[in-house]
Design a protein around this ligand. Structure first.
Ligand code: 2NE
Length: 273
């Protein structure tokens, strides 16, 4: 598979397949692809780039190398009140909060391609992605309580949706690691394949989706969010369907009548049963 670099970043790579797939790679293998604030800021920029690029229909999120997808927040820049930009800001924060929402709101499928460890905040990242393809060397787990942290957001709620309440509590309360076969068994991932085949498989799954209706895929994703995210999810699904309404003659009549300063005439539009 040949990828073409399409933007310059320090902590990540942004590459295009040329046939509709964007690949975003966390490129910090020396720390098992842990993310610092700058990494998250770049990831956010790359996801926005992929969203705005109308030639992109599916996005792969992965980590550099075979050892890790991502090991979560970089503990070396974790300060007294959050993660510090440049490692030295007085007031820290959780940049990753907004990234989670962004990935879920992104109206294109995001596929986690996991080689090696998906641990801590890195595990939450794959949970948030729409699909996960795991290499057979993948290992999954939360470490929060071991390092004085936790994620009660999507890292708990969506995880519970995936594996059930008892299992989700086990994952968080015991901080164990699970291998790829166990992850498949509990519904945490979609497929497990040999390490050497993980990219080929992930690309194949993406291409299958690229052959489908992009707007239908968008609505599928926002329909799941509508149930899981309450008012915010319903708002997203509603605005997506409003985009469809805008494309209709019926909605155009309303807009055109306003601009022409006349009463709209909706009489030719059926009142559908
Ligand atoms: C990932 C894991 C299991 C890998 O183990 P192993 O044995 O393959 O590698 P090793 O030797 O532990 O790590 C290699 C190098 O990467 C650094 C290590 O310190 C080590 O550095 P050197 O000794 O070579 O200098 N490294 C690994 N993970 C790092 C990290 N997250 N931050 C900074 N440096 C890291 C093993 O390394 C591991 O368990 N890592 C820690 C996982 C972890 O606890 N992550 C943070 C969870 S909290 C979180 O992510 C979070 C949250 O809970 C809420 C909001 C936002 C974030």
């Amino acid at each position: 598979m040949t990828w073409t670099s399409a933007a310059d970043y320090e902590d990540i790579r942004y590459e295009l397949s040329g046939d509709g797939i964007a690949k975003i790679t966390i490129d910090r293998p020396e720390v098992r692809n842990a993310f610092r604030p700058e990494t998250v800021i770049e990831l956010s920029d790359a996801f926005e780039r992929a969203r705005e690029d109308t030639s992109v229909g599916a996005i792969i999120l992965t980590g550099e190398g075979d050892k890790a997808f991502c090991s979560g927040g970089d503990q070396r820049v974790r300060g007294e009140s959050g993660y510090r930009v440049g490692g030295n800001a007085v007031v820290g924060r959780f940049h990753v909060t907004d990234l989670h929402v962004q990935i879920r709101r992104l109206p294109k499928p995001v596929v986690a391609m996991v080689r090696g460890f998906a641990i801590g905040g890195g595990h939450v990242l794959h949970v948030i992605c729409d699909l996960t393809i795991a290499a057979d060397n993948a290992r999954f787990g939360q470490t929060g309580p071991r390092v004085g942290s936790w994620d009660g957001g999507f890292g708990a709620s969506v995880l519970r949706d995936l594996v059930g309440t008892k299992k989700a509590k086990e994952i968080w309360l015991l901080c164990r690691q699970y291998d790829a076969a166990e992850a498949l068994e509990m519904g945490l991932v979609n497929a497990v394949v040999p390490l050497a085949e993980v990219e080929e498989t992930t690309v194949r799954w993406c291409r299958e989706m690229l052959a489908l209706s992009p707007f239908a895929l968008r609505l599928v994703k926002s329909s799941f969010n509508a149930q899981e995210d309450g008012y915010a999810g319903i708002q997203q699904l509603a605005h997506d369907t409003n985009l469809l309404l805008y494309g209709s003659d019926e909605a155009r009549e309303g807009r055109t009548a306003f601009l022409e300063k006349r009463q709209p005439d909706f009489s030719r539009f059926p009142r559908r049963p």
